[in-house]
Design a protein around this ligand. Structure first.
Ligand SMILES: Nc1ncnc2c1ncn2[C@@H]1O[C@H](COP(=O)(O)OP(=O)(O)O)[C@@H](O)[C@H]1O
Ligand SMILES: [Mg+2]
Length: 217
């Protein structure tokens, strides 16, 4: 689903990413791990399909409904000539947002302002926003950082469900090895801007070069 060939990114003299080639298989949940400074985030920056951040003062539902592009109601001209089409489109978005909230168990937070959500709930909302445009591939950079264990489990379950039921592909940078073990296959290991190895969690865990890379840092 994503193919990288000989990708490099330098910042001045720093070779943040150096000659990386890799494939993300469609339908996989591929993990990306490696010590701090390995170049993981930079690799993601190279190609972002990012949906802008949530608006703190809008509710969960509003944040979902505003994601789809090309809403005719956004054009002043159309508000004069296409009232019916605007209504139909809004109704579709409304229905879709309802489905997304159900899917992610966010329905009880429908009217909450995004700004009052916990870190983990915001991550769920972020997943919900990708669902509004049927993203199909989602890149997550440390989605588990600062999220409590209970919510992390919920996020993990949502990722699995999106993968199994809706065919989403995930490419995710993560530190929490339990979280990775429960989700990712394969796992790609980066060190010093390059791909060190790739394999199942068990293969990675028992690879001396991986252990050394972490200890060395
Ligand atoms: N915008 C930037 N300007 C200069 N150096 C950067 C920038 N972003 C990242 N780097 C450097 O590139 C290297 C890789 O960083 P990063 O991709 O953030 O690693 P990781 O996400 O694996 O911790 C580090 O040495 C970091 O200091
Ligand atoms: Mg990073």
């Amino acid at each position: 689903m994503i193919e990288l060939k000989n990708v490099s990114k330098h910042f001045g003299g720093i070779k943040a990413v150096e000659d990386v080639s890799l494939n993300i298989r469609e339908g996989s949940i591929t993990g990306l791990i490696g010590p701090n400074g390995a170049g993981k985030t930079t690799l993601f920056i190279l190609r972002t399909f990012q949906i802008a951040h949530e608006f703190e003062n809008l509710t969960v539902r509003e944040n979902l409904m505003m994601v789809p592009d090309g809403q005719i109601g956004e054009s002043i001209l159309h508000t004069w000539i296409s009232r019916n089409r605007i209504k139909i489109q809004e109704k579709e978005n409304h229905t879709k947002a309802t489905k997304v909230m159900k899917f992610l168990n966010l329905d009880h937070l429908e009217s909450e302002k995004a700004g009052s959500l916990s870190g983990g709930q915001k991550k769920l909302l972020e997943l919900g926003r990708t669902m509004m445009v049927d993203a199909k591939i989602v890149l997550l950079d440390e989605v588990g950082a600062g999220v409590n264990k209970t919510l992390l489990k919920k996020i993990g379950e949502s990722i699995k469900k999106l993968n199994k039921e809706l065919g989403y592909t995930f490419f995710m940078i993560e530190h929490d090895i339990d979280f990775i073990s429960s989700l990712c296959d394969p796992v790609i290991v980066m060190t010093d801007g390059s791909v060190l190895t790739q394999g199942t969690v068990n293969e990675i865990k028992n690879d001396d070069r991986v252990i050394e890379a972490y200890l060395g840092n």
